[in-house]
Design a protein around this ligand. Structure first.
Ligand code: AHR
Length: 661
């Protein structure tokens, strides 16, 4: 045979075997790999970027209790008359309690005079036509004929709803009224008008949309529900550390009536009110079907400060007791000291806490000594609770290594790593956990996000995270939990980007990274199936990337083989998918693709390349598209789009019970 003929024959054979594919992706249905942790993909809630205050907490009034650093923050006063006094008073015998000593006081001396107190929330109170709003306030007066006229108005004074609170008594009492808005406005305000002669005192002025989930915004809660989280890490972050111990999150202050919850300066520089406290977070976890992972302060303020405060070891008893009490509050019998408090709030059934994290990004000897105190006490009383240990803010380096060594030597259950790095880093470290020692502590990747140079939540960043997440899923025997950070950002009120979910008063959208998280969590299999891609080296800028990043798994209930493939590059990749081990296919399946058709903005560096983003105007510009697949066989060709995350769900007839074991 001449050379040309040999070449043509080889080509023909090549076409029929490979079907012109660029790669072969093999999935082995015969070999069951790692079991995938049901808690693998979770969420991390911290009050940063007004995530909770002015965010998840549906309260529309800013500074309900007049306790913010500026007691009149959020409020404006209008008066008509000469002798009126309208001001915040504090710490008098008239205060509602010692926790919330400030209150608003207005005195009208003469008939015909009046005063108005208005609040426009966070950039205006959003009102929707036909929706109900529950106004509540505490009031008392020295004049029993006193009346408060309440109204919801647009920014240019059009009345959307009005009502009256009458017959106010001489002791503090809660008054409530429901207002129905006749108009839609995203920059409304609440106005309280006083025109009766006499003095009136007010506190805890609250306006909540009647439709809420235990005080939480429904639109934001449903964004969380769609994330299908296996766990919720809360309530921080540095928010737990506090700038000093005085503003570290204190769970005891966060339960019970709002009148008993103090306001503190949030670590991130704004006032917060404990509107969503431990109990509400636990209810949220229950609703989401997620394991609660509470982070408790270890007796140390934020270690990034040169003025870090550390509780002396001999005074740590109270801090350790607080952790034990918290576990009892969440998990104890309804008859116990703290379990009965939970029951009195309406939840006699325990919340089934399995984990508690002691510290956030803490490191060093001081931390180790304090962690050990918690470890000893918690394990003695609640041996079933797993403790999570922090290894600092960095994902490498001597502090990190020392902390890991300490964790291994001291029988730590789970270590919390945090990774904020470039998209490039995520693409080149997908095998990070391959070599972790399975005999040591498990890993919770409690915070991670790919950060572009301009902190944009781009498709490029989302794909880099997705590539990394294929490595998390493959190593899910070691990495049992992972959550993106931060979760929320209120536009115009932020301290940190990128974030997963952006919102304002009326709208919300998920970034491309949000959809990556949704897709991984929604399509998490039960066991990993070994997989490999041929000719998978992709060299650029002298770095060893992969053409395609992939993980395969099997979903026992849905009976699907699930293959997740990330192609972060400009070329489409044609791939033969070989399912080895003869899985009994139905022939049907689905492809779910996250990509965009935007022109490439810049080529190098990687993180500047795919700038597609979602916005309020175009919230699903980058969002998954699902298509049916038919005629699937154990060897088929699929072309992966440029810049895409693809989930292939390949239906099977199921496996026998024997195999299932
Ligand atoms: O996710 C934002 C911050 O990043 C967290 O508060 C902190 O733990 C980390 O440094």
């Amino acid at each position: 045979m001449n050379k040309a003929l040999i070449f043509v024959c080889a080509l023909v054979i090549g076409i029929s075997i490979l079907g012109f594919s660029d790669h072969t992706l093999k999935v082995d249905f015969n070999k069951v790999g790692t079991k995938i942790s049901p808690t693998l993909f979770g969420i991390f809630i911290e009050d940063i970027n007004h995530a909770v205050t002015g965010g998840l907490y549906a309260e529309l009034v800013k500074n309900s209790s007049f306790e913010y650093s500026d007691p009149m923050d959020g409020w404006t006063i209008n008066t008509y008359g000469s002798g009126i006094t309208a001001e915040v008073a504090s710490k008098t015998s008239t205060s509602i309690n010692d926790v919330n000593p400030n209150y608003f006081s207005v005195k009208i001396p003469v008939n015909g005079e009046w005063a108005e107190l208005s609040n426009s929330g966070y950039n205006g109170i959003p009102l929707e036509k036909g929706e109900n709003y529950d106004l509540s306030l505490y009031a008392k007066t020295q004049n029993s004929t006193n009346t408060i006229h309440v109204s919801l108005e647009t920014s240019n004074g059009k009345i959307c709803a009005e009502g009256e609170i009458k017959n106010i008594g001489s002791v503090w009492k809660k008054y409530q009224i429901t207002l129905t808005s006749s108009m839609t406005s995203d920059d409304g305000h609440l106005t309280l008008k006083f025109d009766s002669v006499g003095s009136i005192y007010l506190n805890m002025i609250s306006l909540l949309p009647s439709k809420n989930f235990h005080g939480m915004r429904l639109d934001l809660v449903s964004m969380l529900k769609a994330l299908n989280p296996g766990f919720v890490r809360f309530p921080g972050g540095c928010f737990v550390n506090g700038n000093t111990l005085s503003n570290a999150f204190n769970w005891e202050n966060s339960i019970g009536p709002h009148t008993d919850r103090p306001t503190t300066m949030d670590f991130w520089g704004y006032d917060q009110s404990y509107g969503i406290g431990l109990y509400e977070y636990l209810l949220l976890c229950e609703y989401l079907g997620a394991q609660p992972v509470f982070v408790i302060n270890p007796g140390m303020s934020w270690q990034g400060s040169k003025d870090v405060q550390i509780v002396p070891l001999q005074d740590m008893k109270k801090w350790v007791q607080s952790a034990l009490d918290l576990i009892e509050f969440a998990d104890g019998p309804a008859t116990g000291t703290w379990g009965s408090v939970r029951a009195s709030l309406g939840h006699p059934k325990p919340f089934d806490l399995e984990y508690i994290e002691v510290g956030n990004e803490n490191v060093g000897q001081d931390y180790y000594e304090r962690f050990e105190l918690f470890q000893r006490a918690i394990k003695a009383k609640y041996p079933q609770i797993k403790l999570i240990f922090s290894v600092g803010p960095n994902h490498g380096g001597s502090q990190f290594d020392n902390a890991w060594d300490w964790a291994k030597e001291h029988g730590v259950d789970v270590v919390d790593e945090h990774i904020h790095a470039t998209p490039d880093w995520f693409l080149t470290h997908t095998g990070r956990y391959d070599s972790y020692n399975r005999k040591g502590p498990k890993v919770m990747l409690g915070e991670y996000a790919a950060q572009t140079w301009d902190k944009q939540s781009t498709l490029g960043a989302a794909l880099a995270e997705a590539a990394f997440m294929t490595g998390l899923e493959k190593n899910s025997d070691e990495v049992i939990m992972a959550s993106y950070a931060p979760l929320f950002n209120r536009a115009g009120w932020s301290q940190w980007a990128p974030d997963l979910i952006w919102f304002n008063g009326t709208r919300v959208y998920g970034t491309p990274s949000y959809y990556t998280q949704v897709l991984f969590a929604e399509n998490r299999g039960d066991v990993v199936l070994p997989s490999s891609v041929s000719d998978n080296g992709y060299a650029e800028q002298g770095k060893g990337y992969k053409h395609l990043y992939c993980v395969a798994s099997y979903d026992l209930k849905g009976r699907d083989i699930i293959v997740k493939i990330v192609n972060p590059w400009p070329n489409t990749e044609k791939c033969r998918i070989d399912l080895e081990g003869n899985p009994p296919l139905t022939g049907n399946g689905q492809s779910i693709v996250l990509t965009s058709n935007d022109p490439v903005v810049s080529h190098i560096p990687f993180h500047g390349r795919i700038n597609s983003v979602n916005t309020f105007e175009n919230p699903t510009h980058v969002a998954p598209i699902t298509k049916k697949l038919t005629g699937l066989s154990n060897s088929f060709i699929y072309t992966f789009k440029a810049y895409s995350l693809t989930i292939l769900k390949i239906g099977t007839e199921g496996i026998s019970e024997e195999d299932e074991k």
